[in-house]
Design a protein around this ligand. Structure first.
Ligand SMILES: Cc1cc2nc3c(=O)[nH]c(=O)nc-3n(C[C@H](O)[C@H](O)[C@H](O)COP(=O)(O)OP(=O)(O)OC[C@H]3O[C@@H](n4cnc5c(N)ncnc54)[C@H](O)[C@@H]3O)c2cc1C
Length: 430
């Protein structure tokens, strides 16, 4: 952090949570319930994060056994936060974070420094934009990220256009295909570069199939046409190397192109604090307590890795909250020589990156691993193996898909044994 230049007030807190979305809310609640002194900071004027613009249902099926809308799901946590009387600073953005947990915050134009004994990063993620894709063509108006369009429609009551194409089959794009249709727009098609959808199968069914919206796989936008306003896109099929196939190009008229081409964990603050980030997920490398390699700084939710379901975000954040409270009270065992956890064949990444032993006064005697596979498979098998080939767990899955997180757990005692014998753990899928 470039020190708290210009800051005129210094506040001291035990634990500061950055971000008031579902991750920050759950982390703050869990830390408070564990007896910690917590401050929650949110840059927006309201709590709830991205859930505020997700007015469709489908949230909370695992956690509450109900299909809630985003605001309803967030509302349950906000009520609990209020019951616990957790202090919240809204309209407050964290601008800087140092390794020794000094935060530079701006609140209504006033700079403040906050010194914390522990910090939880829960800043969510941002969408990949056109700039990240380098699509050739003009720069007309009418090209938006799907999340920005969702914000226009659901929060501002503004329709971004009437004839829509969507590039990328991530969940936000799928949900927006349905939303725009319900609002009277014509959604021409969704185009996906990969040979499979990057969204949840349930969203393909409920948002495209049910509304007769075609999904073209192995297809991409190769040109954006229009000077003032978008007039259409040229699309082409791609080969196995994802290069456009000559002769397959066609023009699709539309006035709006929505991009749903990936999410990136929001980690400028983590970078500034010198936290090691994963080149695969873009989030911090953490142990099973969600602690980064900077002691006392924890990370959870979409800032850590992009999740498929918010229920899992809440679960992970609660773990971070309990562990951060334990860190502050000195009850979290010091991490030493952790057991490394590595993605093997067929697995893109595994969370956590390593497991510190001894650990877990903050949770059950099981360590849960979350991971994503590299490609869809039917009748798949997931294996948890030590680096000398001993299979610790083997699970059959009728279907494995990169859009869906896979979960598996091992007993803490198995990690203790790996530590004793100096082994690492590998997670693979076939
Ligand atoms: C369009 C869309 C549809 C979805 N649909 C579903 C669904 O149907 N079912 C489901 O289970 N999940 C769904 N999800 C996923 C779910 O919403 C996310 O997993 C969840 O919101 C992630 O929570 P988070 O707290 O990590 O991030 P966010 O909700 O993004 O919250 C992060 C918060 O941090 C704040 N913040 C960021 N930086 C700072 C800073 N520097 N200072 C202060 N505050 C900061 C932000 O303002 C924000 O409030 C959907 C997500 C999207 C985007």
């Amino acid at each position: 952090m470039s020190a708290a230049t210009g800051s005129n007030r210094v506040i001291e807190r035990d634990l500061v949570v950055i971000g008031g979305g579902p991750a920050g809310l759950a982390a703050a609640i869990a830390a408070r319930e564990a007896g910690g002194d917590v401050l929650l900071i949110e840059r927006d004027r309201i709590l709830g994060g991205i859930l505020n613009q997700c007015i469709h249902d489908g949230f909370g099926l695992h956690r509450f056994g109900e299909a809630l809308s985003g605001p309803e799901y967030a509302g349950r946590f906000i009520s609990r936060l209020r019951e616990l009387d957790v202090p919240v600073m809204q309209n407050t953005i964290v601008l800087g974070l140092s390794r020794d947990r000094r935060l530079l915050v701006s609140r209504l134009g006033e700079l403040q420094e906050i010194r914390a004994r522990a910090v939880i990063l829960a800043m969510g993620c941002r969408e990949r934009t056109r700039g990240a894709l380098s699509i050739p063509g003009h720069r007309p108006s009418g090209v938006y990220t799907a999340g920005a369009a969702q914000n226009f429609v659901n929060m501002e009551n503004i329709m971004p256009g009437s004839r829509i194409c969507i590039l990328g089959s991530g969940d936000i794009g799928l949900i927006m295909a349905r939303r725009m249709t319900l609002e009277g727009a014509k959604v021409e098609a969704v185009f996906e570069l990969l040979p499979w959808s990057s969204g949840l199968p349930r969203n393909i069914r409920q948002c495209l199939v049910d509304y007769g919206i075609p999904l073209f796989l192995s297809t991409t936008v190769v040109d954006i046409v229009g000077m003032g306003r978008l007039e259409g896109v040229r699309v082409a099929q791609v080969d196995e190397q994802r290069r456009p196939v000559e002769g397959t190009e066609r023009f699709v008229p539309c006035d709006t192109l929505l991009l749903s081409v990936g999410l990136i964990p929001e980690n400028e603050l983590a970078r500034e604090a010198g936290i090691s980030l994963s080149p695969i997920t873009g989030g911090a490398l953490v142990d099973a307590d969600c602690m980064t390699d900077v002691p006392g700084i924890f990370s959870c939710g979409n800032a850590l890795h992009v999740h498929d379901l918010v229920d899992r975000v809440s679960e992970e954040a609660e773990r971070a909250g309990r562990a951060a409270a334990a860190y502050v009270s000195g009850a979290l065992p010091k991490a030493d020589a952790p057991v490394a956890v590595r993605p093997g064949a067929g697995v893109r990444y595994v969370m956590p990156d390593h497991v510190s032993v001894p650990k877990v006064i903050s949770g059950p005697e099981k360590i849960t691993l979350a991971f994503r596979v590299t490609e869809p498979r039917r009748d798949g098998v997931v294996r948890l193996t030590t680096d000398d080939g001993v299979v610790l767990k083997e699970e059959k899955h009728p279907r494995l898909h990169p859009a869906e997180m896979v979960w598996a757990s091992l007993d803490l005692s198995q990690f203790e044994e790996m530590k004793r014998s100096g082994k690492t753990l590998e997670v693979s899928a076939s």
